[in-house]
Design a binder for this molecule. Structure first.
Ligand SMILES: [Ca+2]
Length: 503
């Protein structure tokens, strides 16, 4: 038996160790858990964002617990680069990670991603399920980021034999499973949508929700017995194409009352490089394969219906996960974030999917509930970027701010979480690389896009939109409003020269 003095000395030593080691693993028992919910291709087509069509009761309820960000933007409107910006806190122009096939560890071998930062500085056990880092197009995810092997699930998935011409490997399935990448066009196209009588778990997102629930249960046990906080990233694939969702979610909508695109022409006087026709959508049947072909009204309506049905399907899966968090009494010490990796064009400007610098492809939902920090049912119009989540969550968890080695472009949103009027950004910055790189500055009122070859001396092509007078981006006003162009160009000039594409 130790003497009383020995016990007191031991206790004092332990206390001193804790006091001398702020932000250390020793404090892990006090740290909040993190549940990061990532949703593929989710624009703010949600009831909580004022969409009167969307049936999204569970995400709406999640929004009611904390703060909704009304002017949140992704940093690049396509899966892989957008997810890198989130996980690194770095713009793609800072890293060169612009492509679906860009390899993080080849370009920045020692990068410290958000979950790595949480494990290293906070003693977190970090887990990932479903679509987190992009897998496909030559990418294999980032196993280094997590404490345990990734729970991998499908992105492209069909149950109906007709959707795959009787079970053949289709183009997008091949892309997302890293098969036949140099022969994609020789493969048949899969269906753009299907609506079988099926259970939630018959598709990937239902299985990701079920596994996340298991992981939460195990994490609760671990927290109780070992004190280990968790960082769980759960990634859902819908509403990414194909719109494969059980029939019951399609039945939530009356196709006749769905909103059809209001304005289907590209903006007047916009540079050709900025627009988009064909691309990803053309890899699905029955979409016309000619890039300039018109879509029938039926096709447009089915695609819009499929998007909303997929959003409702995902909403139900997220509801199950959040409800389990409550049942396990974890909500009071778990930060919950919902993030869409980029927006989505549903025929507006005649564009489908993403890959542009326009509003619909770049505005995203961000919901943050931080126990003890956010107030229920709050919202903010402060401009926000994906890169901000890494420093924000680090600060909320009492961890040091991220320092790289990758360049950190994000700023902490904690002041905004405490006060929705607090200002941490004057604008949001996002980019999209095509033949030229388009770099955009979005303020509350305007968006300037400058299209220029990386490292080239070509005269930049400019776009300017005024969302107060022209919310649908019908006309490029760059020539009409030279003073605004000048002012926003000065802002853009302050950014570092963009990293090369072929790094
Ligand atoms: Ca995506």
């Amino acid at each position: 038996m130790p003497s009383k003095i020995q016990t007191i000395v031991t206790l004092l030593t332990l206390t001193a160790c804790c006091l001398l080691a702020p932000n250390s693993v020793a404090q892990a028992k006090e740290r909040p858990n993190v549940l990061l919910i990532l949703v593929d291709d989710l624009k703010p087509a949600l009831g909580c964002y004022g969409d009167t069509i969307a049936k999204t009761p569970h995400i709406d309820s999640l929004a009611g617990r904390g703060m909704r960000f009304d002017m949140a933007y992704c940093n690049q409107a396509v899966c892989a680069p957008s997810r890198f910006t989130l996980m690194l806190g770095s713009h793609s122009t800072s890293t060169g990670l612009y492509g679906l096939g860009s390899q993080l560890r080849q370009i920045i071998p020692e990068a410290v991603t958000m979950p790595q930062h949480f494990a290293k500085h906070g003693g977190y056990r970090t887990e990932s399920l479903g679509k987190i880092f992009h897998i496909g197009h030559g990418n294999h995810g980032d196993p280094e980021s997590f404490s345990v092997p990734h729970f991998k699930e499908k992105v492209i998935e069909y149950l109906e034999p007709d959707s795959t011409d009787g079970g053949q490997l289709t183009r997008e399935e091949a892309y997302f499973t890293n098969q036949m990448l140099d022969q994609i066009k020789s493969l048949p196209r899969g269906a753009a949508y299907e609506s079988p009588e099926a259970k939630d778990e018959d598709y990937a997102d239902g299985r990701v929700a079920a596994e996340t629930i298991q992981r939460l249960q195990a994490a609760k046990q671990r927290r109780q017995t070992e004190g280990t906080p968790f960082f769980i990233a759960a990634g859902f694939a819908r509403p990414h194409l194909p719109f494969s969702a059980p029939q019951k979610y399609w039945d939530l909508y009356d196709p006749a009352s769905l909103p059809m695109p209001e304005h289907e022409a590209l903006p007047v006087d916009a540079p050709q490089v900025a627009g988009k026709r064909g691309g990803e959508i053309s890899n699905y049947k029955p979409v016309p394969t000619q890039p300039k072909a018109e879509f029938s009204d039926d096709l447009k309506r089915n695609l819009i219906h499929g998007y909303y049905a997929s959003v409702s399907y995902v909403d139900a899966q997220i509801g199950k996960v959040v409800s389990e968090l409550d049942r396990l009494e974890l909500s009071e010490n778990t930060i919950v974030v919902l993030w869409g990796d980029h927006g989505f064009h549903l025929g507006d400007l005649g564009i489908w999917t993403k890959h542009t610098n326009y509003e619909q492809a770049n505005r995203i939902p961000i919901l943050i509930t931080a126990p003890g920090v956010t107030q229920p049912g709050t919202s903010t119009k402060q401009l926000t970027e994906s890169v901000d989540l890494f420093p924000t969550l680090s600060e909320l968890a009492g961890l040091p701010a991220p320092t790289g080695p990758q360049p950190i472009d994000g700023v902490s949103l904690v002041p905004v979480l405490q006060n929705p009027s607090a200002r941490v950004r004057e604008h949001a910055y996002h980019v999209f690389p095509k033949r030229k790189l388009g770099r955009a500055i979005r303020t509350e009122r305007h968006r300037l896009v400058q299209w220029k070859t990386i490292g080239g001396d070509d005269v930049p092509a400019l776009e300017l939109y005024d969302y107060q007078t022209d919310p649908l981006e019908t006309k490029n006003l760059a020539v009409d409003l030279p003073e605004v162009v000048k002012q926003l160009s000065i802002v853009l000039e302050k950014y570092p020269a963009p990293a090369a594409r072929d790094r």
